[in-house]
Design a protein around this ligand. Structure first.
Ligand code: ATP
Ligand code: I3S
Ligand code: MG
Ligand code: MG
Length: 354
């Protein structure tokens, strides 16, 4: 269905360079139907960095989407949206333009909220899932035993004067070791340069603005929960190893560490301690995803969750990422295509109601 003017099928790879994209300066030109391609149902504009285009717009996604009548076209961010497309949906990580006829996924304000490591966890801090669902028929205690608790590590924000950090950390009673993370996540490599701090004095060497977050031992395995609308997929990733008291007492300093959990290598097939590897229960993830979707006002994000080592059910959310590396999610092409088609359906239903 096309809501904003009829167009016929366009060849996805208009510049024939095999990257599945149309030339940006040819956005107004739509080719006539090819014999094999189905009619276009949905035109999806994307305003994404070339890195994100490479990881997200993989040939398998483009081919499957095209077979379902979904077309991906680059948005020219320098031109008004109304002069392009017409698009049904626009995918982006930081695109400000609006158009009433286009579903811009997701609202820029909501994205900005999770691009700041202080505000990103605010909505989770007061999220007591068993309390929240305590009036359900299952009952508070049963539910608590069944699904577990979700919280966030304690953290402090520093925007200026690193020399005050050791004193503030002592005053607020934050426990070592601490993870130092740049306050704002802006897609740059620098915003993912993290440090592990073993002593308070060395904290003065860090560069604000940053957050200092208590490190939580979790057996070296992290759960990455991908959310695409109502769909959820959890994968295991390798993470930082636990820090024992002995190590903490012997080491001083702040140490950079690599983006260990961002690597596509999954810990799913690894020979892990079953207590560490056990996935968070599905009801917990479903409640969490539903609640976060509502609170954050976002449909496309992932959440990094760890389970405190030695506990059966105490979970910490340590990171939320907008439009993460879906290309690393198994079968993402199917899930994303279904999601886009569901947007078309809900638009259609809105028109029928109006
Ligand atoms: N509070 C914590 N306790 C234990 N480990 C942590 C904590 N915070 C971060 N880590 C470890 O450091 C990694 C990077 O942290 P985080 O996910 O916050 O950074 P990021 O740069 O936003 O990563 P991403 O690539 O997922 O966006 C985590 O995946 C995890 O392995
Ligand atoms: O490049 P920026 O805007 O900083 O965002 C990153 C996210 O922070 C990461 O979470 C993504 O990796 P994961 O999907 O493994 O979380 C990572 O995925 P990618 O590099 O594979 O695209 C990025 O989306
Ligand atoms: Mg992360
Ligand atoms: Mg992140």
């Amino acid at each position: 269905m096309r809501l904003n003017g009829e167009i016929s099928i366009a060849n996805v790879d208009d510049d024939d360079d095999g990257d599945g994209e149309r030339k940006e300066n040819e956005l107004g030109l739509i080719r006539s139907p090819t014999p094999t391609a189905p009619p276009t149902r949905l035109v999806v504009g994307y305003a994404l960095t070339s890195k994100k285009r490479q990881s997200f717009l993989q040939p398998k996604l483009l081919a499957l989407a095209r077979s379902k009548g979904i077309l991906f076209i680059a948005v020219d961010v320098k031109q008004p949206l109304s002069d392009q497309g017409p698009f049904d949906v626009v995918l982006h990580k930081d695109y400000g333009q609006k158009n009433p006829n286009v579903t811009v996924l997701d609202p820029p304000d909501a994205i900005e909220h999770v691009n700041n490591r202080q505000s990103m966890l605010e909505d989770v801090a007061d999220l007591n899932l068993p309390d929240y669902y305590g009036n359900s028929v299952i009952g508070f205690w049963a539910l608590k035993l069944l699904i577990g608790r979700v919280t966030v590590p304690r953290q402090l924000v520093f925007t200026t004067d690193p020399s005050s950090i050791p004193h503030e950390v002592t005053k607020e009673g934050l426990k070592l070791p601490l993870v130092a993370k740049p306050l704002v996540v802006d897609g740059s490599a620098k915003s993912h340069e993290l440090f592990l701090a073993y002593d308070k004095v060395s904290l003065a060497k860090l560069e604000p603005p940053l957050v200092l977050q208590e490190f939580v031992n979790h057996g070296g395995v992290l759960f990455k929960v991908y959310i695409i609308g109502e769909f959820i997929k959890v994968v295991r990733r390798f993470s930082l190893p636990d820090v024992c008291k002995r190590e903490l007492s012997k080491i001083a300093g702040v140490f950079p560490f690599p983006r260990v959990s961002c690597a596509s290598a999954s810990a799913d097939g690894a020979d892990l301690d079953p207590k560490v590897a056990e996935l968070p229960p599905s009801p917990l993830l479903e409640m969490l995803a539903r609640e976060l979707r509502l609170r954050l006002g976002l449909q496309l994000f992932n959440v990094d969750i760890i389970r405190e080592y030695g506990t059966r059910d105490l979970y910490y959310i340590i990171d939320i990422n907008y439009f993460p590396g879906y290309g690393k999610m198994p079968d993402y092409e199917h899930t994303f295509t279904e999601f886009l088609l569901s947007l078309e359906q809900s638009k259609y239903e809105k028109v029928l109601v109006a």
